[in-house]
Ligand binder design. Structure first.
Ligand code: ADP
Length: 364
């Protein structure tokens, strides 16, 4: 028995020393009782001084004051994996981290101990910032020449440089259209970068999810009718109130519905489902379209990513889902997809609930 204990202690010690990520453990009062060397490196606290100190003092995390992940994990009885936060180390340096936390509960459901694993995510965000910076400079640089070209083409069409043959006018019109498409693309890209960089302010207001979905679907129906695609609505009777920037969120749903329409053959059905799950509202947009190959699925929310399958099927920019993700995450939600190639796809959006709406207005 003792042997097992000694081995376990030794193993625990080896594990702590060998772990390539920061680790600490707290007691029921959130005071640190274990602290490994990576945690020392990241926080600047020595193990000896960290032990016995409240973890909020050692971590100074952006979450400590409001939503302690360990207390939350105890309250909800579940662990958190790969969440983001920013800690301020002993030297005042702010470090973005990715962390996972879990609490150990006693028989009465009270927290007895908690563990947290975290790693430095500065490199991830530096790469992302650099990528966004390069794209932004590039988009700004090409914006002016594209606009100037468009202006001159317009003047030529208006005959400001003398008469042009009908064939010439036809070609100029084609140039004007393509030019406008590129201009639109640049605007969308810059808008997306602003949203991702947190520079776009969301003007949120309490909105009944029911009324919101009803409005979006009404504007979408005529286009679905053109392709003889049926829209089925299956929602909870009492949908909740959400805090939404309606204009931005409309873009998200328009994009999902447009895609469902674009990547589905005629005479199929698009189903919208919405329901409440704990503190969240979940909305699903399901189609019976071409589907997304499994190797493409993890990338469809990336900038400019388009599956080979869809490229041969319909035109697109590969920016819609990246924008949708930025907007949904800006609302504190998540967006993800499932797909069955050849049979269809489902897109899910999870949004935090703000209240409860009295009655349903969505009509099938
Ligand atoms: P796009 O303008 O190309 O549609 P999106 O960002 O909206 O750009 O979507 C990215 C890619 O994800 C699409 O090019 C397509 O490959 C895939 N996709 C998105 N929605 C669907 C869908 N409903 N069915 C099949 N593929 C889809």
């Amino acid at each position: 028995m003792d042997n097992i204990k000694i081995n376990r202690d030794r193993l625990f010690d080896l594990l702590l020393r060998g772990l390539p990520v920061a680790f600490f453990m707290v007691d029921a009062d959130l005071k640190i009782i274990e602290f490994n060397h990576v945690a020392q490196d990241l926080t600047g606290w020595e193990r000896t001084e960290a032990i016995g100190t409240p973890c909020s003092l050692v971590l100074n995390s952006s979450l400590c004051g409001q939503l302690c992940p360990l207390k939350e994990s105890a309250r909800l009885g579940k662990s958190f994996v790969a969440r983001e936060a920013v800690i301020s180390n002993k030297f005042g340096e702010e470090i973005p981290i990715i962390f996972s936390s879990a609490s150990v509960l006693n028989d009465k459901g009270e927290m007895e101990a908690g563990v947290e694993l975290f790693r430095d995510a500065s490199e991830d965000s530096r790469i992302q910032m650099l990528r966004n910076h390069i794209i932004s400079v590039f988009a700004h640089d090409i914006k002016t020449p594209v606009a100037v070209t468009g202006g001159f083409v317009q003047r030529l069409i208006q005959g400001k440089a003398g008469p042009i043959s009908p064939k010439g006018l036809e070609y100029l019109e084609m140039i004007r259209k393509e030019n406008a498409r590129v201009e639109g693309l640049i605007e969308r890209l810059l808008g997306l970068l602003r949203m991702e960089g947190g520079q776009t302010r969301l003007f949120t207001e309490p909105v009944s999810l029911d009324a919101f979905l009803y409005k979006v679907l009404e504007t979408f129906r005529p286009r679905a009718d053109e392709k003889n695609i049926k829209i089925a609505v299956e929602t909870d009777e009492h949908l909740p109130i959400l805090k939404l920037d309606q204009e931005q969120m409309e873009r998200v749903f328009t994009n999902l519905l447009d895609n469902a329409l674009k990547y589905s053959p005629a005479d199929t059905t698009i189903t919208i489902k919405a329901w409440k799950e704990g503190r969240w509202a979940i909305i699903e947009v399901r189609d019976q379209g071409i589907g997304i190959p499994p190797e493409d699925l993890p990338h469809i929310f990336d900038y400019f990513y388009r599956s080979m399958l869809s490229s041969g099927y319909a035109q697109g920019t590969g920016l819609g889902l990246a924008s949708a993700r930025a907007i949904v995450e800006g609302h504190g939600g998540r967006i993800w997809a499932k797909s069955w190639p050849g049979k269809g796809s489902s897109f899910f959006i999870r949004l935090p609930i703000d209240g409860s709406s009295p009655k349903g207005v969505i009509k099938p």
